[in-house]
Design a protein. Structure first.
Lengths: 461, 565
């Protein structure tokens, strides 16, 4: 009896928790579209019925149940919501740049649902973005996977709560510049980066052991075991070793990519995705064999020394070698036309429509561990959908409506011009500009760490 | 020698307990400053005993810093000094839930030789929960009187520092010879402020570090407990940080978390839910969007006693494009919402008090009037300043209202408190009387001097006094149509040499000249307001430097340069 009440109480507690984190879910019937399912081919003149946020039925001549609105998409294309595997939208802080390992920090702590970039991404058909920690650290913070439920004010409501945990790693120039040259600590070189990784994981093994020993000893009667010091950083590394977290690693050069593959193999880590992966084409078979693939830019490079050996064929080469490949933005402007970025793989590498679109839908979904829920138009999946005027891989494609969980968050015809949710009472009105220059937000707020380096550089001039 | 001992004795008494009267001064009074009596009676005044109460004619008798009685049939003892209160309005004095008044930032500790930015010592990284605001507080600070002048008698002082700055304390803004300490270790001041160039450097790092410090404080206390009962154990490592966190993890004292925006409020509450400590939110500036979580979490709330400046609104141009006009409409909406926010807090039924950290004392009464004009009830405003604050600080037995037995902290105002021209004539704090000059409205013209006789155009040599020392420069005023324009030179705070700023809002009202200018120092824009009287080529004024205080400003019109046209 007692046990059942306890169980009930626990169940009730759980359901209350779920209720408080409940997000809006919608129902809609989209009629007569050319449905690009990604995983099940192209369906001409087809309907998609969404109920309570889930794709209920894909077929022809479907009729709307009572109270469900119908959207006529005759002559238009319907595709799954675009997923960006590398973004920094919706974050108040990007870099905790102060230590080579900051695995303990959580981007979920600093999610900002008021970032108007989220709405602009919706206008580009993007329904999910991977809000990553920056690349200043060898092991950065834990990322957040966001669902673009624009208008939500509680950060918890735009976090995809059912997505697995992911974490940011970074190799090469960024961490060596911040820590080695900026602060005079390890790592100063790519060798140092590897040492940080190996030492970190080895310490995590020891840490885990000390807690396991304590936990088993303290369950004994009259135990005199003392609890070890808590170290969230090592706890997270230990979770990585246990396969509970997917690594997303900022990387450019083939040698460093191959280095991390070897480190991962030594520590039995299989949940690993490479980000940027500029020289991925040189180690494509290895990436395909040992990792969850690579997320790359279509054709953006040469912004620093390690990003010079580049090719627009990178995504195609990776794909043809069997690596799961996605195209990402890492940028608030680029995220608005990821469908164009994907189309570039057709010009450079001759990818099919399906291959190209997979790079911004099902493939990033796989890399984020959410491909069972989103990334394609299949019955039972979450109803994240975009209606396009023109084929999404055409230069003339324009997104018309974007849905997340069956709720329409973007409508090119109906939405008001000013979509900001909040305006500061002390904000000066500035002339409106359409797009900013590209900012490498990966290194935002770390500028002061380069002061020493910069002054040395100027001395040598 | 004897005197020294006596002082030491008195000091100890004050530190350990509540203040008693100054009877311990058995010595004669060579300075002549000792007061004749500590018994006062304010007779026949309009007394508002608590928020929401109507004003009634009554006499208030105080003695030993305690209210002895309020009413119409009070027998006044012989030693009572009588203040005729016929034209006075008496209110319970204000209590600030948090304040930085009298607080001086402690010197940054020196970095050790083996300093590593990724793992700095707690003290350097802003983790100093063992520090006390009491050690940073001086009752002799010039800002104390400025805050007292606006009606405050009790404040919870918060230490200056980083993410875990230290413990707060509740003090009186009272006599200079007392410690004025009411309660020590009342809360732990926390913020999302990272340390520059070291770990944790940002809000996201601070949240991770907060969890770590908290969890390890819990574990350390477990180890320490075991160590006292079991022999043969490894000595638990006791650090100042963990020791100072004990009162927090056992919920003896709350965390006073500075959270100015809706998102910061949500972050602080999420940490509180995760760890289970007692929480008071402070420094709330933009909070309307978080009212539901604030209410459901039941945490204490201290709103920043400030309203946003209207510079952005005033910058609107007549000939703006239609698009810009639409954008201005949204700024205006946001501004109006910001003014109405305090009223919304009242509407939601959330009891709140105010913090004056970072607030200019001179603006406080104006701010309150603005809040009241935009939806906050006078009752709720007074409650926020008195009873609610006393509740949140846990001192409602001794402060917050005018009743027998409570501390003698009173506002004696020349008009009803929130009226447009209300001026505070006297303050009584801890039974001590403070007199303030009240200004009667300027008469239209001074008898013998016509408007034109006050000449202000030309170059003024000025000097100003501040804690940083004496400085000066040249103030140039020109007539521009009906208005005045000009410039001022001053010592550049960012280095050597002089800087020049344009003066704004130059106004000559009778013989009163006022103007303001902006100074940028350490990346901060500070507005300096100067106001004072001009008479025959000399200018005797007060300069208010942002929230840093008010200082004397004297100028002389230089006759040789007036031909500069």
């Amino acid at each position: 009896m007692k046990k059942t009440t306890y169980f009930l109480a626990a169940l009730l507690g759980l359901s209350i928790q779920f209720a408080s984190a409940q997000v809006k879910k919608g129902s809609v019937l989209i009629k007569n579209a050319t449905v690009l399912t990604i995983t099940e081919g192209v369906l001409e003149n087809s309907d998609v019925l969404v109920q309570d946020g889930t794709i209920k039925k894909v077929g022809q001549n479907l009729s709307a149940p009572n109270g469900v609105t119908t959207v006529d998409a005759t002559g238009k294309y319907l595709m799954p919501g675009i997923i960006d595997a590398h973004s920094h939208l919706g974050l108040d802080v990007i870099n905790e740049a102060t230590s080579p390992i900051v695995a303990e920090v959580r981007m979920k702590d600093v999610v900002n649902p008021y970032d108007v970039g989220i709405y602009r991404a919706l206008a580009g058909g993007v329904t999910i973005s991977h809000a990553m920690h920056g690349s200043a650290n060898v092991i950065g913070g834990q990322n957040a996977t966001l669902k673009h439920r624009w208008g939500s004010t509680d950060p918890a409501d735009i976090i995809m709560q059912d997505a697995p945990r992911t974490i940011k790693f970074a190799l090469g120039e960024n961490p060596t510049r911040v820590h080695g040259r900026g602060n005079g600590i390890q790592p100063r070189t790519r060798m140092g980066v590897e040492a940080i990784l190996r030492n970190g994981f080895n310490e995590a093994v020891q840490y885990k052991k000390s807690w396991d020993e304590y936990n088993s000893a303290s369950s004994q009667k009259n135990s005199s075991a003392l609890p070890p010091v808590h170290n969230e950083r090592l706890q997270i590394l230990s979770d990585i070793l246990e396969g509970k977290i997917i690594i997303h690693c900022h990387s450019y050069r083939a040698d460093e990519i191959y280095m991390l593959i070897n480190v991962a193999r030594d520590f039995d880590i299989t949940k690993l995705v490479f980000q940027h992966t500029n020289e991925g084409f040189k180690v494509a078979p290895e990436i395909a064999k040992y990792t969850m693939g690579a997320s790359v830019f279509a054709d953006w490079w040469a912004y620093k020394f390690e990003v010079y050996y580049s090719t627009a064929y990178n995504a195609a080469i990776l794909t043809e070698n069997g690596a799961i490949t996605s195209i990402n933005s890492d940028d608030a402007e680029l995220i608005r036309h990821l469908y164009h970025e994907a189309a570039k793989t057709q010009r450079y590498g001759g990818m099919t429509d399906e291959q190209a679109l997979a790079m911004i839908t099902i493939n990033p979904a796989k890399q984020l561990g959410i491909s069972d829920k989103v990334g394609s138009i299949e019955e039972g999946k979450q109803a994240d959908l975009v209606i396009f005027e023109g084929h999404p891989l055409s230069s003339y494609a324009v997104p018309q409506m974007t849905f997340v969980d069956g709720v329409k968050y973007f409508d090119i015809k109906e939405d008001a011009d000013d979509q900001r949710l909040k305006v500061s009472p002390t904000e000066m009105v500035e002339p409106v500009t359409i797009a900013d220059d590209h900012n490498d937000r990966c290194m935002q707020d770390t500028e002061h760490l380069f002061e020493t380096t910069n002054s040395l550089f100027l001395l040598n001039q | 020698m004897k005197k020294k001992l006596l002082y030491a004795g008195v000091f100890c008494m004050l530190v350990t307990g509540f203040l008693s009267s100054s009877k311990a001064h058995a010595q004669s009074d060579p300075s002549g400053k000792k007061r004749i009596t500590d018994t006062y009676a304010i007779t026949n005044a309009t007394v508002f005993t608590a928020p929401g109460e109507k004003g009634t004619k009554a006499t208030v008798l105080i003695k030993n810093g305690v209210i002895q009685g309020v009413g119409s049939n009070i027998t006044l003892p012989k030693e009572a000094k009588t203040i005729a209160g016929d034209s006075l309005f008496i209110y319970p004095a204000f209590i600030a839930g948090a304040s930085d008044v009298g607080i001086t930032k402690p010197k940054d500790p020196e970095r050790p030789e083996d300093f590593v930015s990724s793992n700095p010592p707690d003290e350097i990284a802003g983790i100093t929960p063992w520090r006390s605001a009491v050690d940073q507080f001086s009752i002799k600070d010039g800002k104390i009187d400025e805050l007292r002048k606006t009606g405050f008698a009790i404040v919870q002082i918060t230490p200056d520092g980083g993410m875990l700055a230290g413990k707060t304390a509740i003090v009186l803004l009272g006599n200079e010879h007392s410690t004025n300490l009411l309660m020590e270790n009342t809360a732990l001041a926390a913020s999302f402020n990272g340390s520059r160039g070291m770990y944790p450097g940002t809000a996201v790092g601070v949240m991770a570090k907060f969890r770590e410090v908290y969890d390890n404080a819990v574990l350390t206390s477990q180890r320490a407990q075991k160590y006292t009962t079991v022999t043969g154990l490894k000595r638990p490592e006791i650090t100042p940080t963990y020791s100072a966190m004990q009162e927090v993890i056992t919920s003896q004292i709350p965390v006073l978390f500075s959270a100015s925006s809706e998102l910061e409020i949500r972050r602080a509450i999420s940490l509180q839910k995760e760890k289970g400590f007692k929480l008071i939110l402070t420094n709330l500036v933009e909070y309307e969007g978080a009212l539901d979580v604030v209410k459901s979490s039941g945490v204490g709330v201290l709103v920043k006693l400030e309203i946003p400046d209207d510079k952005a609104l005033k910058a609107q141009k007549e000939d703006a494009s239609d698009e810009a006009k639409l954008l201005y409409t949204r700024v205006k909406e946001a501004y109006d919402k910001a003014l109405a926010q305090a009223g919304k807090l009242e509407e939601a039924g959330i009891p709140f008090a105010f913090t004056t950290v970072g607030v200019k004392s001179g603006d406080i009464l104006k701010t309150l009037r603005k809040m009241i004009a935009n939806g906050l009830s006078e009752k709720a405003a007074l409650a926020a300043l008195t009873t609610n604050a006393a509740d949140i600080l846990g001192i409602n037995k001794v402060a917050g209202s005018i009743e027998k037995g409570k501390m003698a902290n009173l506002i004696l105002s020349a008009d009803s408190l929130f009226a447009e021209d209300a001026q505070i004539k006297h303050m009584i704090v801890d039974g001590y009387l403070y007199d303030y000059e009240t200004k009667t409205k300027k008469k239209a013209s001074k008898e013998d001097k016509g408007e034109g006789s006050v000449k202000i155009e030309g170059n003024w040599d000025y000097t100003s006094e501040s804690p940083a020392g004496s400085s000066g420069g040249v103030l140039t005023i020109k007539k521009d149509g009906a208005d005045f324009t000009g410039t001022i030179t001053y010592d550049d705070p960012s280095g050597s040499g002089m800087a020049t700023a344009t003066i704004q809002n130059v106004a000559l009202d009778g013989s009163n000249l006022s103007f303001s200018f902006d100074v940028s120092a350490n990346g901060m824009e500070i507005t300096v307001d100067v106001s004072g009287e001009v008479s025959e080529g000399s200018y005797d004024a007060t300069m208010t430097v942002g929230e840093f205080g008010s200082f004397p400003f004297k100028g002389t019109l230089n006759p040789t340069l007036t031909a500069n046209k």
